[in-house]
Write a protein that binds this ligand. Structure first.
Ligand code: FEO
Length: 394
């Protein structure tokens, strides 16, 4: 079966429903697709490949699409192994294939695969004529690897964007945004963005600036839907996320061993709701995977972190969340902190250290409660909830 994007350009991707963790960390409950694209012009060109673990009939399909022709060019927009997994195989099958990439692509190509021959290095703005299609290469370094670039077909306004605008989730019949309700993919795009790309938001902004005057009719990312119905939608979302703009609301993330900290979380959530905060999302960090927590946190303006004490610090699951939030450089949040302990505390100290390191000053004095929440501490909780609600609603 051939799946045509436009004349002479075909989707050659694969769905991966077996892998549990992307990059061996991010959960894949709905799988992931690796999108590869083939152009069959006077010259033939493949844009990115797929993960070797999901290759299955990829080579056979490529062979069938080529209909006896050879592969002239292999364009590497991004060399992370979920897209470069088949390069080695293709170089052996098509020994004359010319590999297109930039200077950094080729350093990584040699390091990862030991390939250093038949290379054609491109710089920003260079073009490659295939016959009817002329491709332009747009270097977009550090989104999210150093070598990342895009390939643009100006005649058709078609952008092969690499990971940018990609999302988790397999392509279940529908490949294009106008063939399905795109809500799931928008949510999974935010999860992909916040988990993997968000740390490099400043480089995303540079990329969007670079693309600003480029007519884009179809976006072909390496993961998730191809956007031809509303290509402006992923661009708008990326612009917001990379500016750290979020929706009004709050994520309440708590770690609790025996329920005391959870009760404080519920109390604070209720108090914020009474003051008009909508979109209050409460999560047990021991139950909800880091991947989804980060995505939700990216989505809302408020963040309320609470933990029981554990070995003189916060609970390990909360420590892990804070570490990852520090790594990805979470910004622009109205932050509140609370904790509980039985004898010597430590959670609030740890959460406060995170807040200071992340330059996220709490909106109010953290609340730390010994034992269970009692009437004597309601007022402190009310002060915290009121301050956070006011910041969110301002
Ligand atoms: Fe889809 Fe950065 O790999």
């Amino acid at each position: 079966m051939q799946i045509k994007i436009i004349d002479n350009i075909y989707w050659l991707g694969v769905n991966d429903r077996r892998k549990a963790l992307f990059e061996n960390i991010w959960q894949l409950p709905q799988g992931v697709a690796y999108n590869s694209y083939l152009i069959t012009d006077a010259k033939t060109a493949l844009i990115d490949t797929v993960d070797i673990a999901a290759a299955d009939d990829y080579v056979q399909r490529l062979h069938e699409h080529l209909q006896g022709r050879t592969l002239d060019y292999l364009i590497i927009n991004h060399i992370e192994p979920d897209h470069s997994g088949m390069i080695d195989t293709l170089v052996r099958l098509y020994p004359d294939v010319k590999i297109i990439g930039n200077k950094l692509t080729f350093k990584l190509l040699e390091n990862l695969f030991g390939i250093a021959d038949n290379l054609h290095e491109v710089a920003d703005g260079d073009t490659l004529n295939l016959g009817m299609h002329t491709l332009r290469f747009i270097l977009t370094p550090w989104v999210h690897w150093p070598e990342t670039m895009m390939t643009y077909d100006a005649d058709n306004g078609l952008l092969f964007s690499g990971d940018v605008f990609g999302s988790f989730g397999t392509l279940d019949g529908a490949l294009f945004d106008d063939e399905t309700d795109s809500g799931f993919f928008e949510s999974e795009m935010r999860r992909y963005y916040s988990n993997i790309v968000g740390k490099y938001s400043n480089m995303v902004q540079k990329t969007l600036t670079k693309l600003h005057d480029t007519p884009i009719h179809i976006i072909c990312p390496t993961h998730g839907l191809i956007w031809r119905g509303e290509p402006s939608k992923p661009i708008t979302l990326y612009d917001r996320w990379s500016k750290y703009e979020a929706n009004r609301g709050v994520v309440v993330a708590f770690a609790s061993m025996y329920g005391h900290t959870e009760k404080i979380a519920d109390y604070l959530a209720r108090r914020m709701a009474e003051q008009g905060v909508r979109n209050i999302r409460v999560f047990d960090v021991s139950k909800t995977h880091l991947s989804f927590l980060i995505s939700e946190i990216w989505n809302y303006t408020g963040l309320l972190l609470g933990s029981c004490a554990y070995n003189g610090n916060a609970h390990p699951k909360m420590e892990q969340l804070c570490t990852e939030l520090s790594h990805i450089g979470v910004k622009n949040k109205h932050l509140g902190i609370f904790g509980s302990y039985s004898w010597s505390g430590g959670a609030v100290k740890s959460l406060s250290a995170f807040a200071e390191a992340a330059s996220l000053p709490p909106v109010a004095q953290p609340v730390e409660i010994k034992g269970s929440l009692t009437n004597s501490r309601f007022a402190d909780c009310d002060t915290l909830a009121t301050a956070l609600a006011a910041a969110i609603l301002a």
